[in-house]
Design a protein around this ligand. Sequence first.
Ligand SMILES: NC(=O)c1ccc[n+]([C@@H]2O[C@H](COP(=O)([O-])OP(=O)(O)OC[C@H]3O[C@@H](n4cnc5c(N)ncnc54)[C@H](OP(=O)(O)O)[C@@H]3O)[C@@H](O)[C@H]2O)c1
Length: 250
Amino acid sequence: MTPSAALPVGSIPLVGLGTWRLRGAEATSVVATALELGYRHIDTATMYGNEADIGRALAGAGSSVFLTTKLPAERASDARRTLEASLAALGVSAVDLWLAHWPPPDIVAVWSTMRTLRDEGLARAIGVSNYSVAQVDALVTATGEVPAVNQVSWNPRSADFDLLAHHRGLGVVLEGYSPLEGGAAADPVIVRIADAHRRTPEQVVLRWHLEHDIVVIPKSAHRDRLAANLALFDFELTPGEVAQIDALSR
Ligand SMILES: NC(=O)c1ccc[n+]([C@@H]2O[C@H](COP(=O)([O-])OP(=O)(O)OC[C@H]3O[C@@H](n4cnc5c(N)ncnc54)[C@H](OP(=O)(O)O)[C@@H]3O)[C@@H](O)[C@H]2O)c1
């Protein structure tokens, strides 16, 4: 079996907070609110320019939080300094997950550098983002290692079930970003299912990710939405409902 880039099963909280476009004091306050509400997984990136803002919220957090950050493709040749800057800004000695944000021109060379830094203990697991099936296959063939995660755009109107099946076969955890983009929450199919469960359409979209074992990282700047986006574990969709939502992108 091909070794994985090390994310022990069950170690990643299925719902995380997305932080793209949150900056400054707002980012600190939203992350602090999310932690207070029970979020234990925060997704950021060098590119978001908010790692220090998040670090300020984490400083008072106390309990353990699963932290992801990402290496921009254009910083691939300066990966070590980029990760060290992320760690200093976040105020941690290691992140739980470090992703190549976009495929760089030489995906194998970047992976090799990321692997070195992981092995030095600066990241507990490494993975990729926005990689196609062909790019994941090329990486696995060249390095003999499976990325722990591929973070890709995923919502009911843009789901790629071939990619999901492929990643599942390899043992790559799929993380879905921009889950609420694409307007699916207004789709009559989703609205009808939400009414049946007395949930919001957005909660149905997020629960549908969980039904497929896809880690989901919605962003909100509002306390009520942050709470709603985490309140996904006391209801389930039926297989028929899941199939109806799947059909929106088939
Ligand atoms: N790897 C990558 O290349 C990549 C690319 C894009 C995103 N991401 C990650 O994925 C995260 C999520 O994606 P995203 O931020 O693009 O979009 P998203 O989470 O789908 O959110 C889209 C918008 O939906 C609104 N919203 C959130 N919860 C809601 C609710 N319960 N009801 C109604 N509206 C709600 C939010 O507005 P309000 O804030 O006003 O509530 C937000 O602006 C990002 O923050 C980032 O961490 C990664």
